[in-house]
Design a protein around this ligand. Structure first.
Ligand code: ATP
Ligand code: MG
Ligand code: MG
Ligand code: MG
Length: 479
């Protein structure tokens, strides 16, 4: 059977379509739901139906949803399985089928449709959900050793601080069955990968945090397309699947390196480019332009990371001296070319996307160049002061270059070394730690959802950020 990314997507949707599901399009990355900044799961477009606020049009539906999860930004390129942008395939029941049927179909999809060897599929259930455990064990026949009870952190899903939620059950694939059953740990990602999550959505969490039963029992699921592609294409990570690798290959070409034989840090930079380029292409297509607030800031941050990675890789523009020295549009072209089955609108907005990317890249390069000037001054000062001892740049200086000017520490170190100046990396790490703790604190609050400060930030995003598609199209100009 076909295992290309496009085929996996199609086979998932057809599997559920032949079981009575209506195939619906992905919704925008900019959600209508005010509790989240970006679309973080396939269920968001159906939330009003789950809550009974809007009548269902179909008993059940299936989609491939464009998703962006900024909480996974630090994982990109570090784990084999996390992206900021990914596609979540899903099947949804609006008060139609429930737990037993959802589990049976998920198993059939995994083992008959996608033909995963049964002994490689493990499952988790919410620790209190004896019913789900019994279905997996007695009706599906999964040996109890391969069913793990897990706590609320992993197995009780909600899209936000309030709203529909419920216990869930996850399917994992075992890359190393030879390691045996004893002492196995589903969170060990060198061995297991979670690929499918089934949420038994039966509660609404109210404003005061209390769980009230929903009138209907619903099903909400998510299967990561890139993860299934990794499993079926037998590659070591999501990045080397046909869904992302062509983007990486283009960037590698501009950097004059071969990904396959490159060292680990080069590979990581290329993976970050592959991931972030997809995210910004789809975000800009959905009307989110780089800015200093809210969603726009996410786009800006992703673009800056790509520009920095490009410099670390020694990429200089498109290699032909066009585009004013920018390279992002060239790499983005590959992502746009692959977008047809995900979101047919991306291709029609391509010129607008390239224009935004080029403008933002060149603007950031200017900032980096200002950083170069500051670095020059700091180096001169260090050399003057350091007459008696060995000259060096302080942790604070390196951090300022990094934080204010987006100046990668590797570049600071290299340029300083060329001038015979050392760098106090220990003190720099201490500065980074302070910043990490601050942003970690922010993550703990935000997680997947938006509450408190982040919701306030969202409230300050001006209306003009949410320009409609018509306006985008008429204001676009050819690059
Ligand atoms: P993980 O534990 O690996 O972080 P998750 O439990 O946070 O995943 P869910 O919220 O259950 O993920 O989302 C449903 C499915 O979407 C997952 O089973 C996985 O296949 C996919 N998925 C989730 N996060 C990512 C991501 N950052 N990149 C790619 N796929 C993802
Ligand atoms: Mg996660
Ligand atoms: Mg998980
Ligand atoms: Mg999960």
């Amino acid at each position: 059977p076909e295992v290309r990314g496009d085929a996996i997507r199609r086979r998932f949707l057809e599997f559920y379509a032949t079981r009575g599901h209506k195939i619906l399009p992905s919704s925008s990355l900019v959600p209508e739901d005010p509790t989240v900044l970006l679309t973080i799961a396939g269920m968001l477009q159906f939330k009003p139906i789950f809550l009974g606020q809007v009548p269902r049009k179909y008993p059940c539906a299936t989609t491939t949803q464009k998703v962006v999860r900024t909480n996974d930004i630090e994982n990109v390129g570090r784990t084999a399985r996390h992206h900021t942008f990914f596609e979540m395939l899903g099947n949804f029941s609006f008060g139609d089928y429930f737990k037993r049927q959802a589990i049976a179909w998920a198993w059939e999809l995994a083992t008959s449709e996608f033909k995963l060897p049964v002994e490689r599929v493990w499952v988790s259930v919410f620790e209190e959900d004896d019913e789900a455990l019994a279905i997996w064990r007695d009706e599906i026949g999964v040996p109890v050793e391969r069913i793990k009870r897990m706590g609320a952190e992993d197995n009780f899903w909600s899209s936000g601080p309030t709203g529909p939620c419920g216990p869930c059950s996850e399917l994992y694939y075992d890359f190393h069955p030879e390691q045996g059953i004893a002492n196995s740990d589903l969170s060990d990602d060198s061995r297991f990968i979670e690929f499918y999550n089934l949420v038994f959505m039966q509660y609404n969490r109210t404003d005061d945090g209390h769980l009230e039963p929903l009138k209907n029992k619903n099903i909400d699921t998510g299967l990561g397309l890139e993860r299934m592609a990794q499993i079926l294409q037998q590659v070591p990570n999501n990045y080397e699947t046909d869904l992302i690798f062509p983007i990486i290959a283009r960037a590698a070409e501009l950097a004059c390196v071969n990904y396959m034989t490159a060292d680990e840090s080069t590979k990581t930079f290329l993976k970050v480019i592959g991931d972030h380029i997809r995210a910004v292409v789809y975000l800009i297509s959905d009307g989110v332009n780089p800015s200093n607030i809210g969603r726009g800031y996410i786009v800006r941050r992703l673009i800056r990371r790509v520009v920095r990675m490009g410099r670390l890789l020694g990429i200089h523009g498109d290699g032909k001296g066009d585009l004013g020295g920018a390279f992002l549009p060239v790499v983005a072209e590959v992502a746009v070319a692959m977008s047809g089955d995900v979101d047919p609108d991306v291709a029609t907005r391509a010129s607008k996307i390239y224009e935004e990317l080029q403008r933002e890249e060149l603007r950031f390069v200017q900032t980096l160049e200002k950083g170069e000037k500051l670095l020059e001054e700091l180096l001169n000062a260090a050399l003057e002061n350091g007459a008696s001892s060995k000259p060096y740049l302080s942790g604070k200086d390196i951090f300022k270059l990094y934080d204010t000017f987006g100046f990668p520490v590797e570049i600071t170190e290299e340029v300083a070394a060329e001038r015979g100046v050392g760098v106090d990396l220990t003190a720099f790490e201490a500065e980074m730690d302070i910043q990490r703790k601050q942003s970690q604190a922010a993550h703990n609050v935000i997680k997947l959802t938006v509450g408190g400060a982040a919701a306030d930030a969202l409230a300050t995003v001006p209306e003009t950020q949410f320009v409609g598609y018509d306006e985008l199209l008429t204001s676009s100009s050819v690059l």
